[in-house]
Each structure stands twice: as C-alpha cells, then as structure tokens.
Write a protein that binds this ligand. Sequence first.
Ligand code: G3P
Ligand code: MG
Length: 365
Amino acid sequence: MLRLSLRRAYSSLSAIAPPPLAFAFDIDGVLLRGEDVLPTAKRALRTLEGDNPFKKKIPYILLTNGGGVSEEERCKKLSSQLGVTITQTQYIQAHTIIKKSAHNYANKPVLVLGGKLDKVRKVAESYGFKKAYTTLDILAWNPAVWPFYDISQGERETAKTPISAIFVFHDPRNWALDVQVICDVILSGGIIGGPPVRFDERSDNQQSVELIFCNPDLVWRSNFERPRLGQGAFKEAFHAVFYALTGSTYPHVQYGKPTEPTYAFAQDVLTHELESLYGIKSPLRNIYMVGDNPESDIAGANAANWSSILVRTGVYSADQGPPTHTPHYHAENVGEAVWWAIEREYRRVSEIKARENILGEMHST
Ligand code: G3P
Ligand code: MG
C-alpha cells in the first residue's frame, strides 16, 4: 500500500532528478557469503538499477575491505554473480585507495602482502609500482628466510635490494612466513639478511620502512557458520611478535573501513558516479551505507555523517547484544535495507512537495 502511495506521490515529483539518495554496499555478509549470493542481493541491486517506483538509476557503489585481485577482475566476477553490471567506477576494495599514492613509490622497491600467489604484485604493478615484491619472491631469492636451503651468492645479490615500504593489500595466506619477512625487513632497515638495526619507538627517526595495512577487520563473514579471522587479526599477530622481539610497537598506516580516508575516498567516487549518471556536480546528500560489521561499516558511515544500516546476514547477529556502533536502522537483509532507505527519502521529498503546494495555494488565494 505504502509503495503504491509513493508511486502516486512520486509521479508528481518525477521532474526532480536525480533521486535524493545514494548507496554504498559492503560485500561480504551483505551481498555475498563466500561464493554464495545472499537471497535478496540481486533484487536489491535491480531496484537501484531502475526497477523502482521512480524508474531512475539510484547511484551506488560497492565498498569492501576485501581485495587481493585487480578491480577489473573482481568487477567482472561480481557482475556475473549479482546479475547487474558493476563497473570499476562503482567499486572500491581495501587497496584501491593506494592508487592515489602509488606514484610516490613508483621506482622504490616495496613489499606487497596477501592474497594468492603473486596476484597482489600484479595489482600493485597496475597501480604504478615498478618494483613490487611478494614474500614468495623473498623466499625465492633467499630460501634461508625460511631456514631449509643454502642460498647462492648470485641470489644473495638480488636479495640486497632495500625495501622502502610494506603494503598489506589483502588477507595473508601464510601468516608465519609473512610475519617473519616483515620483521626481517623492518629489523634490517629494509635489507633482508642485512645487519640488524635496533628499533626503539621512542626515537622519532627510527621508522625507515613504512608499514601500511589496507583492511583492519579482525573478523569477517564467509560461508562458514562462524565469522573468520581477517587481516586485522594478522596485524595483531605481527604486532605481538614484533613487541616480543623488540619491546616496541611498530608504527603503521591503516586504510580500509572504518578509516576516514577510505570513506572520504568513497564519497568522492560516489559523487563522480552521480555526475556521470545525471551530469550534476553537486555534493551528495543522503548516502546510505549497508553493512554487516558494526566495527567497520557502521562506525565509518556514522563518522562520515552518512546514514548506516546494519543487516543480520553477516558478522553481526542480535544474540551478541547491541552492536558496538549504533546504526540508523537494523534490517534483516540488504533487500529490506534498500526499501527502508528509499521510502524514508521519498517520504521526506513528498512532504516537502506537499508543504510547497500548500504554501503555493495560500499565496495564490
Ligand atoms: O577480507 C574481506 C573482509 O575483511 C570483509 O570484506 O566486504 O565485508 O568489507 P567486506
Ligand atoms: Mg562485510
């Protein structure tokens, strides 16, 4: 019944384009669980693609702390899974934001971690890194890093390239190897196997190697019954080992939801999406973040003054008690989330329109 009245209300509002809201969707636990597409996901996106009372495309992006493959590859896969075309202009993964600063490291050797085999190196190269190495490269150069092999002089030569920065792009597959190599790089000032440098966090010129993490999630929701450890857990493991070794905590940069840089980046991407859809260069109002993780999705959206909707199909479940960060709305799933937001914004618009009509009539009499 309400949607019918909205149809009628909207029919008098169709002149107002674009639609007065936009969406950012988390992926794991909202649209997908592992490889499985969640029940209302396809319908929700079709609604935004134009199958809605307003017959207009509502701007939206996918904003995930996932990653490990190129944006192009992931968009292709998501488009076939979700049944709508997801373009790269609509897609932000944990390390996409690194594209903005890659030029600073173009010719500097850096270490990139996470994901399968050397996929993250290829991603880094697509961002503009010319000397990106993985821990597997390090192991190939210097198997002694993981003590089962005598290294040749020639290999040792290649192993002497100073690493200037370490980027943890995606969830590491081999925590032990990766923690070992990060400690090696940091505690030898970037030259693996080189003379040790004493690290003391109290002295400010100590950090010769930058350390950047792209996803702070301690847990995330796959298609297993219980949430799984994420990149944030790997970060905790690294810090615990580094502290045990040095008595110090190594400073690092954090990107990914809920960080401010990632939400500011997402707001820019959504604003461009609005402009490319409706040719309007105006700041976006009423952005709705639909997420399953209070720590990342809801905390970040609330801090960015977006509206936040927490679904029960992922990390958060009501039997945990109230979420650590309060959303504007709790929804059973993404389908309900989308309709709640649409109805909320169009009720607002139709009320404004009704008030204008009344004022108009009052002035005309
Ligand atoms: O590794 C990905 C995971 O941490 C969460 O992904 O889509 O829920 O932000 P997402
Ligand atoms: Mg999620």
